[in-house]
Write a protein that binds this ligand. Structure first.
Ligand code: NAD
Ligand code: DAU
Length: 346
């Protein structure tokens, strides 16, 4: 007999959360997936259109804020979740530098509200989707160094500080109340439904529109890129594994300098490098991220499946095939953000 579960996925109308919803609906058609999302500027109901249409019986979308304790309580009473996976967050470093308040409120208080409900309703696991940014950064001239799960938390931006704070609160709920929890700290994701303000989609869209490609500082900052489905697979393994109280780093050893990614995108699209424009650096810009994923490989047998050279081609093709999705976004509130952000950078 199949073991049926109900999973509440918060932030499922965003980039990684929506990919996770589709991943889970496909892999576990007998599960019930309930998405709770406030539909901030970063959340898009159109992203979940197919889930709503194709899974009327085992997928439910609820618009709401994870900080709304009353709403969360009534959802838990109705749905009786077995597992909660929290993707909901303010996630963009640049926006956190412009205005940190929402980041501290959503990213710290939100998990607290969710965990209180998990505690009250004896949920079998609360999973916090965290980030490698909680570790701060590594120098460029020490390629031998990587983040492990024991690396000290050393956040740089208001965004990463809020995520590090949440991780501490999660582990405090585990120790103090015995709440069953797990945490994944993943490196940079890329793939379908990535919001246009982040590096890879921004560069694809600007290149397609023959607009300047704004590269911060010297362009040599390094990020460790993972195809989003591989992240979803890691979370699936953690929530189904014997992982109570555990933290897992997730990454595929795919470090690349920003400038190399930008040049690769231009080459794939047949656009000239003259579109590259170096602009003022991000304040407190982390130099290099690099994940050591040996724990999740060793303990859960997780391995990334998509190589970057294939994943980036698939991703570019996705943006070519889904112009309606991103054109709607860039014509809305996002345009005001873009003008404010890049209008000020010289
Ligand atoms: P995203 O910004 O694309 O999506 C966030 C989603 O959360 C949106 O749908 C938004 O509407 C929703 N949301 C925001 N505030 C909310 C609130 N108060 N209540 C309910 N819903 C709310 O983010 P993403 O890139 O998909 O990241 C998802 C999670 O993964 C975040 O926790 C982020 O810290 C983490 N993460 C992201 C990456 C990455 O490369 N994008 C890497 C590692 C970890
Ligand atoms: O490492 C995981 C993190 O990755 C997640 O926790 C965050 O939620 C996610 O947004 C991402 O953060 P980054 O700051 O690394 O991603 P972003 O796409 O904003 O930037 C990637 C790199 O590209 C970074 O070094 C800054 C640079 N950049 C970004 C933009 C938007 C540019 O040079 N120009 C740009 O216009």
């Amino acid at each position: 007999m199949e073991d049926k579960k109900t999973i509440i996925v918060t932030g499922g109308a965003g980039f990684i959360g929506s990919n996770f919803v589709y991943y889970m609906l496909k892999k576990y058609p007998f599960y019930r997936i309930v998405c709770l999302d406030a539909l901030t500027y970063a959340g898009n109901l159109s992203t979940l259109k197919k889930a709503i249409k194709d899974h009327p019986d085992n997928f439910r979308f609820v618009k709401g804020d994870i900080r709304d304790a009353e709403l969360v309580e009534s959802l838990f009473v109705e749905e009786k979740p077995d597992i909660v996976v929290n993707f909901a967050a303010e996630s963009h470093v640049d926006r956190s530098i412009l205005d940190p308040q929402a980041f501290l409120q959503t990213n710290i208080m939100g998990p607290q509200v969710l965990m209180d409900a998990c505690k009250k309703h004896n949920v079998e696991r609360y999973h916090q989707v965290s980030t490698d940014e909680v570790y701060g950064d590594l120098p460029l001239d020490r390629p031998d160094l990587f983040f492990t799960e024991n690396t000290n938390l050393h956040a740089s931006s208001p965004y990463s500080a809020s995520k590090a704070s949440a991780d501490l609160v999660v582990m405090a709920y585990h120790r103090t109340y015995g709440l069953p929890v797990s945490i994944s700290r993943c490196s940079n994701n890329y793939g379908p439904y990535h919001f246009p303000e982040k590096l890879i989609p921004l560069m694809i869209i600007n290149a397609l529109n023959d607009k300047p490609l704004p590269v911060y500082g010297d362009g040599l900052n390094v990020r460790d890129w993972l195809y989003v489905e591989d992240h979803c697979k890691a979370i699936d393994m953690i929530i189904h594994g014997d992982c109570n109280g555990e933290v897992f780093n997730v990454g595929g050893h795919n470090e690349m300098a920003n400038i190399d990614i930008v040049k690769l995108i231009l080459k794939e699209l047949g656009k000239p490098e003259s579109l590259i424009t170096f602009v003022e650096d991000r304040k407190g810009h982390d130099r290099r991220y690099a994940i050591d994923p040996s724990k999740i490989k060793r303990e859960l047998g997780w391995e990334p499946e998509t190589k970057f050279e294939n994943g980036i081609v698939k991703t570019i093709q996705w943006y070519l095939d889904h112009k309606d999705w991103w054109e709607e976004i860039i014509s809305g509130e996002y345009k005001n953000y873009y003008d404010k952000m890049y209008g000020e950078k010289k």
